[in-house]
Design a protein around this ligand. Structure first.
Ligand code: GSF
Length: 202
């Protein structure tokens, strides 16, 4: 298998962390979909990373499909609980965390548009989603050791990836100060090589 992505993509990082936690080795191919010479659109018609290319050349996307597939490849260290209620709770955490990344990426792209074309209301709308979601995450986490139950799950990986992306692209949001319980969780996650070795970078 090979994973196509980048070091700055939070969705790619999510897949890399899952692969590491499941102790599955894959070839990591760096390819930014923003570059004119990118091969991504030839593999994923959506033109997005990450893409997991299986040994039979089947392309898997998006990151939620990829991580669920990886979790089912080996029985060790299951990151998704069995159906129904707990599994749905973990998937909602992932949807929330991915939604924070979606909003942050959208705000970032808008902020990079030429001044005459930039829509500041749109940026505000996206960052308001981030603010509300951080509050929701913090409320849901409370003083629990992990997002779901007493050990690492996909929920923590998705939340840690979103928090790391905000620190990387929007340090002024300073979520660590406003939500100390999220900071405590993220610091714990960064003790794991799967997180420490995949911190976002340009
Ligand atoms: C989102 C992937 C995505 O937007 C997933 O994998 O979960 N729902 C998808 N990836 C970005 C790069 S990044 O911001 O992580 C991407 O590939 N953008 C290129 C484009 O054309 O949107």
């Amino acid at each position: 298998m090979k994973l196509i992505g980048s070091h700055s993509s939070p969705y790619t990082r999510k897949a890399r962390i899952v692969l590491a936690e499941k102790k599955i080795e894959v070839e990591f191919v760096i390819d930014s979909p923003w570059l004119p010479e990118s091969t991504v659109p030839n593999i994923n018609p959506l033109g997005k990373i990450p893409v997991l290319v299986l040994d039979d050349e089947t392309p898997l996307f998006d990151s939620r499909v990829i991580v669920e597939y990886i979790d089912n490849v080996t029985p060790n260290n299951k990151l998704f609980p069995a159906p129904n209620r707990e599994r749905i709770e973990v998937k909602r955490w992932e949807a929330l965390a991915d939604g924070v990344c979606d909003a942050a990426v959208s705000a970032l792209l808008e902020s990079r548009r030429p001044k005459s074309q930039k829509n500041n209301d749109w940026i505000t709308r996206q960052l308001d989603k981030v603010t509300r979601s951080l509050e929701f995450m913090s409320e849901e986490l409370g003083d629990k050791p992990f997002c779901m139950g007493t050990h690492l799950s996909m929920a923590d990986i998705a939340v840690g990836t979103a928090l790391g992306y905000l620190s990387f692209r929007f340090p002024d949001i300073a979520w660590q100060e406003s939500h100390p319980n999220l900071d405590k969780l993220n610091s714990k996650l960064l003790q794991r090589p799967s997180f420490a070795d995949t911190v976002p970078k340009d």
